[in-house]
Design a protein. Structure first.
Length: 139
């Protein structure tokens, strides 16, 4: 079977649709996981998990710059804990999300808006620090 090449934007769209999971991405592409590994390695020079992690962190960067809170971004992009998101972000940018935002704000004339994220709440007894866990509220 011949598969047509897809664009960078299409790969990025599929990554979001697959919720940054290699197995889901393979299903969306209609290929085996092994074939997905070959395709991504050939196209991007990375293993699927590493490429998808990078895509998720790039999406996080955009959301942070748009004014979403660290906890909101972490939960919306599928990180189980904000602290895990912060570690992944720091591995990519060598800055924590808060340091990244501070640098972005210092470089801009005005600070970005800070919309609330009413779908998350810190666990009782814990503070409001970005590295602490927050759970989904029951809806």
């Amino acid at each position: 079977m011949i598969r047509l090449p897809i664009t960078q934007q299409e790969w990025e769209r599929l990554a979001v649709q697959a919720e940054y999971a290699p197995a889901k991405l393979a299903v969306l592409r209609g290929v085996s996981l092994r074939q997905l590994e070959r395709d991504i390695k050939r196209r991007f020079g990375l293993e699927p998990r590493k490429w998808l992690d990078k895509q998720r962190i790039v999406a996080a960067q955009k959301r942070l710059l748009a004014g979403q809170s660290v906890k909101c971004v972490a939960m919306e992009l599928g990180f189980k804990q904000a602290s895990h998101f912060c570690r992944q972000f720091k591995l990519e940018y060598n800055l924590t999300p808060s340091q990244f935002l501070a640098a972005a704000v210092n470089g801009a004339a005005t600070s970005p808006p800070q919309p609330s994220c009413d779908t998350f709440s810190p666990r009782s007894g814990e503070g409001q620090d970005e590295g602490e866990r927050c759970d989904l509220l029951a809806t």
